[in-house]
Design a protein around this ligand. Structure first.
Ligand code: BV8
Ligand code: ZN
Length: 254
């Protein structure tokens, strides 16, 4: 008697394509961390931050206008991330990468949870909240005691420190941009996980991968602008579907 299909059985045609493909490009967004309790950009900010729009706060202009407000928003997010743990989706991606050594993982998230789950080679497309740099001289500012009231001064030039993330209107770090688009241009599978596919240039990776003939797969509980053109849409959470994909690959090689 065949075991009853679970809610998250990878469809057969997709399973075959995933097993056959070596070059995967995986793009994760805030939804990949949602199961770790880290709020996504789309959810209303909780509590103190309910009245602010992240797309307004994550900008150089907001920092210039009110450095303390923006700095304290990141302090709030840092504290939240410090108590978060990687979820089953993060761990499954680290497992999949062991079976698919040519896999490239590009994340829009700044929370470092992929690395904490064991993913070694993560392309941080939008930087990292775990690092600071100087808003003025751009130097990294490692080990500076991060106060909770307003940005500390840069030890080099006295300017204001800021989180080492990419704000709206800022360029993607060139090395990350180049590596991500190079991987997309030769991808056989493009897996979009937990992203609203609305922010560019990250969202443009899918178009490059599709033009290269990649199978486009989306994991998301709700439709996005990518859903209509995707070859496969796995409706549901990253924490459910990524382990299902990992076990499909493991079964195929065992
Ligand atoms: C650039 C880091 C040019 C910071 C982020 C006008 C002026 C200036 C620029 C623009 C403009 N108009 C358009 C642009 C371009 C702009 C852009 O795309 N804007 C959008 C809004 C239209 N892009 C930029 O500005 C980029 N830079 O263009 O520079 C340039 C070039 C050269 C020189 C100078 C300049 C930079 C964009 C990067 C912004 N930084 N983050 C921080 O974290 O604080 S963006 C941030 O939001 C995320 O990183 C992500 O990229 C983006 C969207 O968030 P998502 O990750 O997708 O999450 P979201 O909340 O949106 O959705 C969550 C999804 O998960 C949902 O679909 C949900 O259904 C799903 N989900 C929920 N639960 C689960 C789940 N999925 C799975 N499992 C679950 N459990
Ligand atoms: Zn400085």
């Amino acid at each position: 008697m065949t075991p009853t299909a679970s809610l998250h059985d990878v469809p057969e045609r997709l399973a075959a394509e995933l097993c056959a493909a070596d070059r995967w490009l995986v793009l994760t967004g805030a939804g990949a961390s949602a199961d770790s309790g880290v709020p996504t950009f789309r959810e209303a900010q909780t509590g103190l931050w309910a009245r602010y729009d992240p797309q307004q706060l994550a900008t150089p202009g907001a920092f210039v206008d009110d450095p303390r407000l923006v700095w304290d928003w990141y302090c709030w997010r840092r504290e939240l991330i410090a108590t978060a743990q990687p979820n089953a989706g993060h761990f499954a991606l680290a497992e999949i990468a062991k079976l698919k050594p040519e896999l490239r993982l590009v994340t829009q998230n700044v929370d470092g949870l992929h690395q904490r789950a064991g993913s070694a080679d993560v392309i941080e497309f939008h930087g990292s909240i775990e690092r600071n740099r100087c808003f003025d001289c751009e130097r990294p500012a490692a080990g500076v005691p991060v106060s909770s009231s307003g940005p500390p001064p840069c030890p080099e030039c006295g300017g204001l420190l800021r989180p080492d993330v990419v704000w709206f209107g800022e360029a993607i770090p060139p090395a990350a941009l180049e590596a991500a688009f190079a991987a997309a241009a030769k991808a056989e599978v493009y897996l979009s996980v937990g992203t609203s596919a609305a922010v560019y240039p990250a969202a443009g990776l899918a178009e490059v991968a599709a033009a290269a003939g990649a199978t486009i797969v989306e994991i998301n509980p709700t439709p996005t602008p990518l859903s209509a053109s995707a070859d496969h849409v796995l409706e549901g959470t990253a924490a459910a579907w990524l382990p299902a994909i990992a076990s499909t690959l493991v079964e195929a090689v065992s």
